[in-house]
Design a protein around this ligand. Structure first.
Ligand code: PLP
Length: 484
């Protein structure tokens, strides 16, 4: 790949057509609220001019983005395909069925549900589908009822108490888990009695034996695998073995690495879909689609997932489901496999670039799309490092490292991801140069002892790094040929 694969591989006509479309759209917006049109232009300019290394972000194609701006936004369609609580949903049915079909084909899943508005919604659908399948349905049978509405108030209260008293085990936040995996500030931590598993304190890797021992003791109903900041692959076959042994349902949240699954970088034991009972994902990270969620399930859990509306969702975002269908169609193309492989190769190059310059990486490296740099060796907190990098035009996010002494707000780490810049066409050498620029900023930044947020970057460094990254950005333009 030499340049932005979402535009350049489509040819000059595609870029010209997209330019006309966006010029017209902005002109229409300008007639109503010119400040929104101006902010929209500015956002593209800013994204074009910065090194975007946020692991959860990407650049969706014009086809995906444009698909969201249509009258499907105006349509209510509660229910599922062919079974709606509103009239005139025939075209939404087409859209939702196509999104689900592409998802099933792409991931080899028996069933796909395209309605969740986001990752958190997808996880809520999954949790309640598991609770419905494993607790509510057998509970109804025990009480001799078919539907919750048939229960007396006393029986319903008994069943509700049971639903609200189940156990979930997920990865701890400081070792890379996500808030939606049972943490108290999130609804998942209020619904479930949660216990975390962590990583080995020496290697930083998941210790499957320790995890199995903890699961045997805790006996969760739901075992969650998946992460936001763990720079390694997970063995989902082992996860399933553990789940089976303790009678848990295995739910995998592949929000971060769905693109690597779609692009067949993660196969066999590293592909969650054949091993998990329920797999959830966002569609906007490495998968490079619109902002949204998706749930994949086995036949056993499909009927309950299909009731995501009314369980936890209202009307689906039909315009976004349409864009999911377009993005999933893109991900089924052979180019997406090259893209996904490049994402992983580039992460390795970035990690090696840090290591060769003395950087300290959580787990000592990466074999997925993200790298977690412990910045305490530069004498900085994550907050100081994030701000100093931003001064130099490098966009990252601070992140806790295992047993982080600086806590979840200031943190000791910076998380880097390769999906976005790989979409621009960055290759392994470019990522080595990115590592060099990051190290140049951090090694020229001094912490201000009075606060974990204050710092000073040595004179001239931010400008020098901005100029150097400008060369990389110019060589790999975002949406080449797209003129506003
Ligand atoms: N699950 C994981 C693993 C995530 O990393 C995220 C977001 O960062 C989510 C779920 C939530 O996704 P959303 O922001 O779309 O709700």
């Amino acid at each position: 790949m030499t340049a932005d694969s979402t535009v350049s591989t489509q040819g000059a006509d595609y870029a010209a057509t997209a330019s006309t479309a966006y010029q017209n759209i902005l002109q229409v917006i300008e007639t109503v609220e010119p400040r929104i049109a101006a902010a929209t232009r500015k956002e593209l300019a800013d994204q074009r001019e910065s090194l975007k290394l946020i692991a959860s972000e990407n650049y969706a194609s014009p086809a995906v983005l444009l698909t969201m701006g249509t009258w499907f936004s105006d349509k209510y369609a509660e229910g599922t395909v062919g079974h709606r609580f509103y009239a005139a949903c025939q075209n939404v049915d087409t859209v939702e069925a196509l999104a689900a079909e592409h998802a099933r084909e792409l991931f080899g899943a028996p069933y796909a549900y395209a309605q969740p508005h986001s990752g958190i919604d997808a996880n809520l659908v999954a949790y309640w589908a598991i609770l419905a399948t494993r607790v509510e349905t057998p509970g109804l049978a025990e009480l001799g009822a078919k539907h919750v509405n048939d229960l007396s108030e006393a029986d319903w209260e008994k069943l509700r108490a049971k639903l609200g008293n189940q156990r979930l085990m997920g990865m701890s936040l400081d070792t890379g888990g996500h808030l939606t995996h049972g943490f108290r500030p999130n609804i998942s931590g209020k619904m479930f009695h949660q216990r975390s598993y962590g990583t080995d304190p020496v290697t930083g890797l998941i210790d499957y034996d320790a995890l199995a021992a903890a699961a045997r003791e805790f006996k969760p109903l739901v075992l969650v695998a998946g992460y936001s900041a763990y720079p390694r692959r997970v063995n989902f076959a082992k996860m399933r073995e553990i789940a089976d042994e303790v009678g848990a349902t295995l739910m995998v949240d592949m929000a971060h690495f769905a693109g690597l699954v779609a692009g067949k970088v993660f196969t066999g034991d590293e592909d969650p879909v054949p091993h998990a009972h329920v797999t959830t994902t966002t569609t906007h990270k490495s998968l490079r689609g619109p902002r949204g969620g998706l749930v994949l399930a086995t036949e056993e859990y499909a009927p309950a997932v299909d009731k995501g509306c009314p369980m936890v969702l209202g009307g689906p975002l039909s315009h976004v489901m349409a864009a999911k269908a377009v993005a999933l169609a893109e991900a089924r193309r052979p180019e997406f496999r090259s893209y996904a492989q490049a994402v992983a190769d580039n992460a390795k190059s970035l990690a090696d670039g840090f290591l060769s310059r003395g950087g300290n990486l959580v787990t000592g490296g990466t074999d997925n799309h993200l790298v977690l740099l412990d910045v305490t060796s530069f004498g900085l907190t994550g907050r100081q490092a994030e701000s100093a990098l931003l001064d130099a035009g490098i966009v990252t996010n601070r992140n806790a490292v295992p047993a982080d002494a600086n806590g979840a707000w200031y943190t000791s780490g910076i998380r880097f991801g390769t999906p976005a810049l790989t979409t621009r066409g960055f290759g392994a050498d470019d990522f080595d140069r990115v590592a060099e620029l990051v190290v140049e900023v951090l090694s020229n930044t001094t912490a201000d002892g009075s606060s974990k947020a204050k710092y000073t970057v040595a004179d001239g460094v931010a400008d020098r790094v901005r100029a150097a990254s400008g060369e990389l950005l110019d060589a790999n333009p975002l949406y080449p040929g797209l003129v506003l």
